[in-house]
Design a protein around this ligand. Structure first.
Ligand code: HEM
Ligand code: HEM
Length: 174
């Protein structure tokens, strides 16, 4: 299979990013769901510790994916319609915005942050930064749930096309 995309199919890099991130995002929503619905249970204790580091990894992968998409823009399979094009753009935007907002809140808390043991913020003494905490408190979880709803719509449309327009599904799967 070609590494780069072409007009008929996505290439190896786009597919690996798409399906690898699909699995990681599934795990990310299992941890968010466990935190929201199953607080103080063994299930939350199992999933929740991975939420912050995995969220940072997803942000990194999404930035790489955006760069790869721009690099391949002229040769990718064309979107089937404007709704698909807009929908995919909003998915990109949210997978970047949701963890970025969380990272801003994390910084504003003044606490040290070391995802996967890699020191990202050293933390600071003194007052927390209120607007950063508020931005995260108001938007991180909310936009996260919006992303989940859009993803469910995306999967539903993909499965619909698998029946009606099989070639669209084959561009990313198959
Ligand atoms: C089981 C889950 C999923 C299925 C069945 C699925 C299916 C597909 C299919 C068939 C395409 C090709 C559409 C086309 O060429 O017009 C596609 C593209 C795309 N999918 Fe998914 N998808 C899934 C999960 C996800 C997730 C979790 C994301 C989150 C970011 C995502 C984001 C995208 C984007 C942005 C595109 C456009 C191509 C690109 O820029 O990579 N998908 N998906
Ligand atoms: C793509 C990445 C991410 C997604 C999809 C995501 C999604 C979510 C969702 C849906 C919730 C709501 C759960 C609830 O209402 O209790 C949540 C909560 C939370 N997330 Fe994330 N998250 C991501 C990345 C991150 C990152 C990078 C951090 C930290 C650096 C983080 C920290 C938190 C915290 C502390 C909460 C609990 C407080 C709150 O509800 O805002 N998340 N996340």
């Amino acid at each position: 299979m070609a590494i780069k995309d072409n007009r008929e199919r996505y290439g190896l890099v786009s597919r690996t990013l798409h399906w690898g991130m699909a699995l990681l995002i599934l795990w990310q929503f299992l941890s968010a769901g466990a935190h929201y619905f199953l607080e103080d249970t063994a299930i939350e204790a199992f999933f929740w510790p991975s939420h912050k580091p995995l969220g940072v990894l997803l942000l990194l992968l999404m930035v790489l994916r955006l760069l790869w998409a721009l690099f391949n823009a002229k040769r990718r399979p064309p979107s089937i319609n404007l709704a698909a094009k807009l929908g995919h753009a909003i998915l990109y935007l949210l997978v970047i915005a949701v963890p970025t907002i969380a990272l801003i809140r994390q910084y504003g808390s003044g606490r040290a942050f070391e995802p996967f043991g890699i020191p990202l913020f050293a933390g600071f003494e003194g007052d927390k930064i209120d607007w950063m905490l508020k931005l995260g408190g108001d938007w991180h979880g909310e936009l996260g749930w919006v992303l989940l709803v859009l993803l469910l719509g995306h999967v539903a449309m993909a499965l619909k096309h698998r029946k009606s327009q099989a070639e669209v599904f084959k561009r990313m799967g198959g």
